[in-house]
Design a protein around this ligand. Sequence first.
Ligand SMILES: [Zn+2]
Length: 323
Amino acid sequence: MTNISMQTGITDELAPELGVTQWIDASGHPLATFGLDKMPGAFKVIYCFQDANAACHLTGFPAMASLVDAFRGSSYVSFAAVQTVFENFASNNYERMVAAQRRYALPIVFGHDAGEGREGAGSVLMQRYQNGGTPWFIIVDPDGMVIYNQFQIDVDRVVAGLKRAESAPPLTKPDPSILTWRGVLELTRDGNPPPHRRLELSDAEWRRRLNAEQYRVMRQAGTERAHSSAMCTLFGPGVYACGCCDTDLFDASSKFDSKSGWPSFTQTLAPGLVAYHADRSHGMTRVETTCNVCDAHLGHVFPDGPKPSGLRFCMNGASLRKR
Ligand SMILES: [Zn+2]
């Protein structure tokens, strides 16, 4: 049976490459390679289907045809359709993908992705985007972030939103010196720059230098109780340094009242002071922050902070020292 799920796939993450190896161009001719980098639009819409799945023909293809129609003649949004096969491998084959392109006369690139061709090892795209089934729609924004990844799509709303974006004046280029969520995710994926110095001490030495709470938070990635730090309500000028190695990390001018119960900052003092790591504990994917000099656990960073960085460094007061 078709796995129809209302859950969403990955969102607010950098769009992974599609991982699809078989493509045909808008006229049905085989393409050697294709991928997100070859889609010219500011926004990219990818429709995932299986030809033997009735819902894909009842709702998915008509929705996709309306989206493509709405942007005919515009290069602002580009489209691709991929047969992401996870069941009925014999029916959902390459030929049926080619036939689907002809049947709907969709002037867009089509792909076929059956992975290794067996249950549990089907579509590579689905594994990367964590799709819940077919029909499925993915939208990637001009920053290369996945902003939509769901079973259903409200065509009128999506078209209205994209038309608004298309007619809006171009945004001023973001200041490249300000770290944003995209930059955080790239560091998480590609690795952090080497620090200007390193401090590595034995576990016994850290235990000697730190009190029990500091040791638990900074050396064992613990979290202090919400609202337990006096730093939450401290907004005077100064600098916040790492509680383990005294490296200056945040200026008080970047501190703001997040009301989260933990001291919060919008940016670090300089690049390379804080390191970023994917944290998949507690059933969530979050970004852990550590001191890049001594690896002290500081807290996490979230994409819901104030402009211009849009970041919220949610820190443990126990990890910081103010001066
Ligand atoms: Zn440190």
